[in-house]
Write a protein that binds this ligand. Structure first.
Ligand SMILES: Nc1ncnc2c1ncn2[C@@H]1O[C@H](COP(=O)(O)OP(=O)(O)O)[C@@H](O)[C@H]1O
Ligand SMILES: [Mg+2]
Length: 281
């Protein structure tokens, strides 16, 4: 899936004045990250973004996704994971920094332009139209190219057979897990090269959570590069080529999924029992 040379040799502390790496550590690793980002499909450099005037949520955030990868973004509640995803999708004003797709600057482009360029975004909540049927929800996903509906519906139904079986059912009557499939299916209707998923497993039963991770892997195997934000950090890192740990709007660590999962500092701060108490604060 990903070129093994394209991953840093060690867990790479980056960009944090917070509880993770020191500023000196992050300065030393930022250049390495930037080099690895060359030729990336999606790339964000030194993003500063926020909602309220004078309050930055993302502080010099860096990120990249290579073609074919599945990359996870984890970190405590309030770290800025959703904000990063929304910023990549042009939903938050960017104060400085850039987002590029295949080298084209897409910073702050409107959603319909980004969708046409091949980005699909699934927000964490309110991601289906409850009063519409499954089929109508999927039609909404491809209203820009209605003639392609049948072809895309066939593709999406192969990944999520339930959507074809229950196509006439109103999305509002579905379980949380089924709705998540509708939301992901809708984003896939436009044949995106990159799918952005915000906590697809949140609020689901353990069985459905596992199902979501399996589907994400299948979507990736079908040729879609995936960026997923997840609170289920361990499970996410298990399926991801690479992961980013965000903390207080900054990069804390980035590495391959397995290396992050086994990094004592990452375990202590973000995956262990301490991580639980940090999340509650
Ligand atoms: N719409 C908003 N207006 C103002 N502040 C927001 C808004 N959404 C999120 N924030 C703030 O931005 C920070 C990061 O939030 P978010 O990106 O949702 O975190 P995460 O997804 O990592 O839990 C939090 O401090 C949160 O309170
Ligand atoms: Mg979030």
């Amino acid at each position: 899936m990903t070129d093994s040379e394209a991953t840093p040799a060690d867990s790479t502390p980056a960009d944090s004045a917070g509880p993770g790496p020191t500023p000196a550590e992050r300065a030393a690793t930022r250049d390495a990250h930037r080099e690895l980002a060359e030729d990336a499909l999606v790339r964000a450099d030194d993003l500063v973004a926020g909602y309220l005037p004078g309050v930055n949520i993302l502080e010099d955030c860096n990120f990249f996704l290579r073609d074919g990868e599945i990359v996870g973004i984890i970190g405590p509640n309030g770290a800025g994971k959703s904000t990063l995803l929304k910023t990549l999708f042009g939903l938050i004003p960017v104060r400085s920094g850039t987002v590029t797709l295949r080298g084209d600057d897409i910073t702050s482009k409107p959603a319909h332009v980004l969708v046409q360029k091949g980005l699909g975004y699934v927000p964490q909540t309110n991601n289906v139209f409850p009063a519409l049927t499954i089929e109508e929800n999927l039609e909404m996903g491809i209203y820009l190219r209605p003639k392609k509906f049948a072809e895309r519906f066939a593709f999406v139904s192969e990944l999520f057979p339930l959507l074809a079986e229950r196509r006439k059912v109103k999305a509002g009557s579905l379980s949380g897990g089924e709705r998540q499939m509708v939301a992901m299916g809708r984003a896939l209707m436009m044949d995106p090269s990159v799918l952005l998923l915000d906590e697809p497993s949140a609020g689901l039963s353990p069985m459905f959570q596992d199902e979501v991770f399996i589907r994400c892997k299948a979507i990736n195997a079908a040729g879609v590069s995936v960026i997923m934000v997840e609170q289920n950090a361990r499970r996410c890192l298990q399926i991801c080529d690479r992961g980013y740990v965000l903390d207080q709007g900054r990069n804390a660590y980035t590495d391959t999924g397995p290396r992050l999962m086994n990094d004592p500092k990452v375990i202590e701060l973000y995956l262990g029992t301490l991580a639980g108490s940090r999340e509650k604060k």
